[in-house]
Design a protein around this ligand. Structure first.
Ligand code: ADP
Ligand code: MG
Length: 476
């Protein structure tokens, strides 16, 4: 937020345009925490849904990715919670582990104002035993994937009799993944007297069925707002079908974005594009359903920490991911569904940043572009590849490099240990170190590209938590 630099009239105008959290019946400690997090104004979905949910109603809310849905339900379930009562009082179901982890982190941040609220993530892909042990210690809020939650209910390690709030997050995605029966099983274990909140980016048929079964007189909020033109600059490039993949490289060389999400309509197109980009020296990775969870985590970490320039993905693979600082979205293929197009380009130009939305259109795609424009309004801005400068042939290198340390949470490594090792004896500055991500067995640290080799050497020669560690550089 740049409010501090605005003159006072402008500040007043901003404040009245965007409703403040202080208008809501929230605890003073919660309001203070929100100010600390610099959540100065509610996002539109928060402003539309919180008055309803804080009054105790069930809710169906539809809004695009990145619109702040997590806080909309988190503030509700935290308000419903009694921290002195040690039982699971809220359950959030999410489609995938990484979404569950993002949600867990966001709830933790929002719960900071209160002492001792225990929030537990229960997802597949991790062993059961530590999860059972954590449940025995007690948790107030559980976030998890439907299958794993069902496992715990069947074993009796999780009890939901004291639950007051049930949240179905990314409900459309959970239905896509075939979780309808699992969700039903879990919902039936919850007390009838409860508040149920359903969040979704789209509204396919299954949602109404889910809502009818498990929500009581829900109120509906639907926000498919247009993105501000000033933030997302959208351009359409006329291409011949056969130059499509090559054209992606031309766009990257011209615009030189640090992070780009490239959408393809099929997995095969993702693979082909990856080959073309690698052959030209780009640092690109792809996300697809064939990856194991650990590989998927690694791809996302490398992209988010700015050591990979391009993430190539289908819509399914990229759903729900919260990636900050995306300078560009490239539609390698134009999608036939205008709503999906709006979701795709909404990934860039978030927060206070500008972003490019670049779409490659062969003559056969023109009809799709017309459908998009009919939905969003406005005129498409057409360009040709020939108009792009070809002068800059310097390779597009990501600013950071990821070092992988063998050892993670299991070895009790924390981000501070790694930062300490790099800025302590190794002598690097805080600015040369980027994101540090600790997973169960592995730690990833991004370092500035120009110090990567030296950092690798010093970490390998030094110690973390008193032990020497194996480190390797992830560059491909
Ligand atoms: P969604 O679930 O709709 O995709 P998220 O809940 O993940 O969106 O929120 C997207 C980002 O916006 C997160 O990084 C979150 O911390 C941030 N955010 C949410 N609400 C606010 C707010 N009121 N002010 C500032 N940032 C916010
Ligand atoms: Mg979300």
């Amino acid at each position: 937020m740049t409010d501090a630099k605005l003159p006072s009239e402008a500040l007043a105008a901003t404040a009245s345009a965007d409703p403040s959290f202080s208008e809501l019946p929230l605890a003073p400690s919660m309001l203070a925490n929100l100010r600390q997090l610099e959540y100065l104004h509610m996002t539109p979905i928060q402003a539309a849904s919180l008055p309803i949910t804080l009054a105790g109603h069930d809710l169906i809310a539809q809004a695009k990715t990145g619109s702040g849905k997590t806080a909309a339900f988190a503030l509700t379930l935290l308000t419903n919670l009694n921290p002195r009562f040690f039982a699971v009082q809220a359950l959030v179901l999410c489609p995938t582990r990484e979404l569950a982890e993002q949600v867990t982190q966001e709830i933790r941040r929002l719960a900071r104002g209160e002492d001792n609220i225990k929030i537990l993530a229960l997802c597949g892909g991790s062993t059961m035993r530590p999860q059972i042990a954590s449940l025995e210690h007690g948790a107030h809020i559980v976030v998890g994937t439907p299958g794993r939650i069902m496992d715990h209910l069947e074993r009796g390690s999780l009890k939901l009799d004291a639950l007051n709030t049930l949240v179905l997050d990314e409900a459309d995605r959970m239905l896509d993944m075939g979780f309808f029966d699992d969700i039903s099983y879990v919902a039936k274990q919850c007390p009838v007297q409860r508040q149920t909140l359903l969040f979704s980016a789209t509204y396919p048929d299954g949602i109404a069925r889910l809502a009818q079964k498990f929500l009581r007189n829900p109120q509906e909020v639907k926000l498919l707002e247009q993105h501000e033109d000033s933030k997302i600059r959208q351009r359409f490039y006329e291409i011949k079908h056969e130059e499509r993949l090559q054209a992606v490289a031309v766009l990257l060389k011209h615009y030189r974005p640090v992070s780009t999400l490239a959408f393809c309509n099929t997995k095969q197109q993702c693979r082909d594009l990856l080959d073309v980009l690698h052959a030209q020296g780009f640092h690109a990775l792809t996300l697809n359903g064939d990856l194991e969870q650990r590989e998927r985590d690694q791809v996302l970490i490398r992209f988010a920490n700015r050591s990979c320039s391009v993430l190539v993905a289908t819509d399914v693979a990229a759903r729900g991911l919260d990636i900050d600082q995306l300078e560009a979205v490239i539609n390698v293929d134009v999608t036939p569904d205008p709503e999906i197009h709006v979701h795709r380009i909404g990934r860039t130009g978030r927060a206070d940043q500008d972003g490019w939305a670049l779409s490659l259109c062969s003559p056969a795609d023109k009809r799709r572009v017309a459908a998009i424009m009919q939905m969003t309004g406005g005129e498409p801005e057409w360009h040709t590849l020939g108009s792009l400068q070809s002068g800059n042939d310097a390779p597009l290198l990501p600013p950071m490099v990821t070092l992988q340390i063998l050892g993670g949470r299991k070895e009790k490594i924390r981000p501070g240990d790694v930062l300490g090792a790099l800025t302590g004896e190794a002598g690097f500055t805080r600015e040369q170190v980027g994101k540090i991500s600790v997973t169960d067995q592995t730690t990833y640290v991004a370092v500035a590209r120009n110090i990567a080799a030296e950092a690798l050497r010093k970490l390998s020669a030094g110690k973390i938590k008193g032990k020497s560690v194996k480190v390797r550089m992830l560059e491909d």
